[in-house]
Structures are given as structure tokens and as C-alpha cells.
Design a protein around this ligand. Structure first.
Ligand code: SF4
Length: 311
């Protein structure tokens, strides 16, 4: 069995936004724990690495950066596991590293370590982001509904008095050395047309965004959804931009350079990595899982929709 990605759920459902299309509220209930089950986490990391996962994604059933201490703990634990597995070499003792404020670990056991966030906390967590980068976090992915700050703020219903500045946040992350990815959820009122996509691409090029993902808003089947209200909102706002995006890539002469088995394609387009992706789908290959999900209580599950426990 091959696994494409290892997802780590940080904390509980706390979030500083209230998106009416929140996929978290529709999918499997959160498996909370006061403290992460580290024994099970170590087993989960081993399982993901043995199955060939390239990357780890820190995500949440809420907003992961609302639990900053947990992010630090998970990164430290991953570095420690890497040392034990012989995948991470510690050339200088930790005490010396911490004296000079240098990284405790040169690498994590995974090639890529991504943090998924709505971006609201980025300006006030600049110091923490610097620390997380030193602990091996490589990419920050900001989830957005609109390219305009005020529109994005009203669509995601941020609990803030004024909108965050999307492009300033990209600048902060780039200054800290992160690879940046913007994830846009395509729906009515937001990224709706190819003209909107072109505006987003132009902005990403202007501000030096490395990776851009656009995916249609999604909902599980009615029988699998935990929240009829959110499901109805998604049904009222969903669009089918994906086929148009694929056609647009073809016409632009930007063929897929990577094809993932759950249907996502990655294109090199005008200097950025552009991914046409989809949500809540599974791999078409029965010998492959799109992700393994590690929960705070120690559960390991293969899918966001079903509470199917492997560990
Ligand atoms: S930011 Fe994410 S977790 Fe928070 S409400 Fe929006 S979709 Fe849900």
C-alpha cells in the first residue's frame, strides 16, 4: 500500500473564521485529546514513511495556528522520530543549537512539511513562523475564498475587525524563507470564471507566490454529511470550474507535469506551479491512499469523510 501524504490534525475545532462552506463541519467528527497521543503518533509516522509518503501536512478540524504550542511540539517530535529512525542526522548537540538559536534539526523525516492555515494569524505569529521554519516546516498554504482582502474577509467571516492583507502575508512568509502556496476554493461570489483565475494568476506572479491551487467547493454526499446547513450552502454556491480550468491549461500550452492518482494535475504555468485539484476524492488506485490522517487521540484514518480507524 502506497500513501501519498501524511496529514496531522492539530488540536480541536477552534477557528478564528466561520466559513459557511467549512468542509470540517461536514466531515468526520473531531477526535479530541487534551494532549496528543505521542505513542500512536510515532506508529503513524512510521506507517506513513513505510508507505512512501513524501510529505507531512499540518492541518486541523479548526485553524491549526490557534494551537501554536502544539505545532511546535509536533515539529520537535518529528525531528526526534527522524533521529531515531536514522533519517535525520544531528551533527551538533541540541544544547549548542539552542544556545545560538540555530535549528535543532536540519531535516524532518519527510521531504516536505506543510502548514495549512487561513492566514489570519500570520502577522502576529512572525516569530513563531521563524521558529517553525528552523524546525523544518517548509511550506505555508493559505486557504482563501477571494483574492480581494475585503471580499475574502466577508466570505470567510473572519473574527477580526479588519481584513487581513493576503499579499502582505505572502511577503512575510517569503522573507522567512518559506515556499508559499495559495489554495482558492472556487465558488459563486469568489473565483468563478477563467477571467477571475487570470486575475489570481497575475497577482500570484506579481507577489512571487510559488504554488497556486484552485479547487471547486465540495460537500460529501447528503448521507455522509454531518451538517445539513453547510451542505445546503455549498450546494447553493458550488460551480464546476474544474473542466474549464483543464481546458484553459491545454489552450495556454501548459500541460500537466505531474498527475496524481486522485485526479489532481500540476502544471507549470507562467512561472508558477498551478494545481487543478479536487477535495474529498479518493485515489483511483486500490493500492494507494490519498492520505493517512493522524488525530490527536491517536487514531489513524484513511479518509476525511468516514471515521474508519486503522490504528
Ligand atoms: S478557516 Fe477552515 S476551519 Fe475555519 S471555518 Fe473556514 S474552512 Fe472551517
Amino acid at each position: 500500500m502506497r500513501v501519498l501524504s501524511f496529514s496531522v490534525v492539530i488540536g480541536g475545532t477552534k477557528c478564528n473564521a466561520a466559513c459557511p462552506f467549512c468542509v470540517s463541519r461536514m466531515t468526520a467528527p473531531p477526535r479530541r485529546a487534551l494532549n496528543p497521543n505521542w505513542f500512536a503518533f510515532k506508529k503513524a509516522v512510521q506507517a506513513a514513511l513505510d508507505a512512501g509518503a513524501w510529505g507531512v501536512m499540518f492541518t486541523g478540524k479548526g485553524e491549526p495556528t490557534e494551537y501554536p504550542d502544539l505545532i511546535t511540539q509536533y515539529l520537535r517530535m518529528l525531528g526526534t522520530i527522524g533521529i531515531h529512525l536514522g533519517k535525520v542526522r544531528r551533527t551538533i548537540p541540541n544544547t549548542i543549537y539552542s544556545l545560538f538559536g540555530k535549528p535543532q534539526f536540519d531535516f524532518l523525516p519527510f521531504a516536505f512539511a506543510d502548514l495549512q492555515t487561513n492566514g489570519i494569524n500570520i502577522p502576529q505569529q512572525r516569530g513563531l513562523l521563524k521558529k517553525w521554519h528552523r524546525l523544518g516546516l517548509s511550506t505555508v498554504c493559505i486557504s482563501l475564498a477571494h483574492w480581494n482582502d475585503a471580499e475574502n474577509w466577508s466570505m470567510m467571516r473572519h473574527h477580526t475587525v479588519k481584513p487581513m492583507n493576503i499579499w502582505q502575508n505572502v511577503g512575510i512568509l517569503k522573507d522567512l524563507g518559506y515556499l508559499t502556496r495559495l489554495n482558492f476554493t472556487a465558488m459563486r461570489r469568489g473565483v468563478e470564471t477563467i477571467e477571475d483565475v487570470e486575475i489570481v494568476i497575475a497577482l500570484c506572479r506579481k507577489y512571487g507566490v510559488d504554488q497556486l491551487t484552485i479547487r471547486d467547493v465540495a460537500t460529501p454526499d447528503d448521507k455522509d454529511s454531518r451538517n445539513p446547513q453547510v451542505t445546503q450552502y455549498v450546494k447553493d454556491h458550488r460551480i464546476n470550474l474544474e473542466p474549464e480550468l483543464r481546458e484553459y491549461m491545454k489552450e495556454a500550452g501548459s500541460p500537466a507535469v505531474m498527475l496524481l492518482s486522485h485526479g489532481a494535475t500540476v502544471h507549470y504555468h507562467h512561472g508558477i506551479s498551478f494545481s487543478v485539484n479536487n477535495c474529498l476524492t479518493t485515489s483511483q488506485n486500490p493500492d494507494e491512499l490519498r492520505q493517512l490522517i493522524s488525530w490527536p487521540d491517536g487514531a489513524l484514518t484513511p479518509d476525511w469523510k468516514y471515521d474508519l480507524r486503522l490504528l
